[in-house]
Design a binder for this molecule. Structure first.
Ligand code: SF4
Ligand code: SF4
Length: 281
């Protein structure tokens, strides 16, 4: 009788090596940088004001440079550069050219970056007169005689208007460009916004001067819906007719100087507003 053959115990299987998280396919996040030139930082603050939405956006992008939010600095190249502010010094001009070289896409944000901003009022005067009036030691001031938009110096991929920009439009632009689609931003006038919102026309009903017929939509109808005429923060709309609106403002009782100054505020250097105001000089 043969002894039953002792069954060989199978050796315990070697524990499976855990797949480290890093082994998952790695998707590089697009690098986004936020730059500032001559400006008040208000448009950058609009980005920070996105609160909850910003957390979602931050999950999808890597903030490589944004001094309003972090001191971290990651070298370029960048997938998207958001540029705030206008060009008022030679030094900034050199800096801008370098940023353009390092950026796949460059979006300008706000009236300063898209038209020269309120500081472009110096374009209508002698800059030396301003410098002497403002500074004790004008010899330290090194500035260009003009304040100009970014697009005057380097190619721009997309412009977001406003003083400040509308945060919903900013998120739409970032999300659209990251997903390679055209941002869904309306290009109509403020008057269309009044119609959409059911705001009664202040000019027709109350004779209130309003730049809305020549102004780009985007603010959410802020002033007309609170009984104030539009101040033109978003600059000229695509089909703006400045001269026709200026005549209507005169009919409402504005002097020529008041009409000129009405067009000369946040977007005084935007072509249609500049041309209209210069006709009233
Ligand atoms: S556009 Fe207006 S809010 Fe934005 S940076 Fe210029 S001045 Fe400030
Ligand atoms: S209130 Fe101003 S923006 Fe609104 S419809 Fe009248 S003119 Fe246009």
């Amino acid at each position: 009788m043969t002894a039953p053959s002792a069954k060989k115990k199978a050796a315990p299987a070697a524990p499976k090596a855990k797949t480290p998280a890093a082994a998952k396919p790695h998707r590089a996040k697009p690098k986004v940088a936020v730059w500032k030139f001559a400006s008040c930082d208000g448009c950058q603050l609009s980005l920070l004001a996105c609160e909850d939405e910003l957390l979602d956006v931050v999950g999808e992008i890597e903030i490589a440079y944004f001094l309003e939010a972090t001191t971290a600095k990651i070298d370029g190249p960048y997938d998207i550069s958001l540029v705030e502010g206008s060009i008022t010094t030679e030094h900034d001009l050199h800096r801008l050219r370098k940023i353009r070289q390092e950026s796949k896409m460059l979006i300008t944000i706000g009236a300063c970056a898209t038209s020269g901003g309120i500081q472009a009022l110096k374009n209508f005067a002698k800059v030396d007169d301003y410098i002497r009036a403002v500074y004790d030691h004008p010899e330290f001031i090194d500035t260009l005689p003009t304040s100009t938009p970014i697009k005057d110096h380097v190619p721009v991929d997309f412009e977001l208007r406003g003083c400040p920009i509308n945060k919903a439009e900013l998120l739409e632009a970032i999300s659209a460009l990251l997903n390679k689609r055209t941002p869904n931003i309306v290009h109509t006038s403020q008057c269309i916004e009044c119609k959409k919102k059911g705001t009664v026309c202040l000019m027709v009903a109350k004779g209130v001067p309003c730049l809305g017929p020549a102004t780009h939509a985007g603010c959410g109808n802020l002033c007309p819906s609170t009984n104030r005429g539009c101040f033109g923060c978003f600059g000229p709309s695509e089909a703006a007719n400045g001269p026709a609106l200026a005549k209507q403002l005169e009919k409402l009782g504005m002097t020529k100087r008041e009409v000129r100054d009405f067009f000369r505020s946040y977007n005084s250097n935007a072509a249609e507003f500049r041309k209209t105001s210069e006709a009233y000089d």
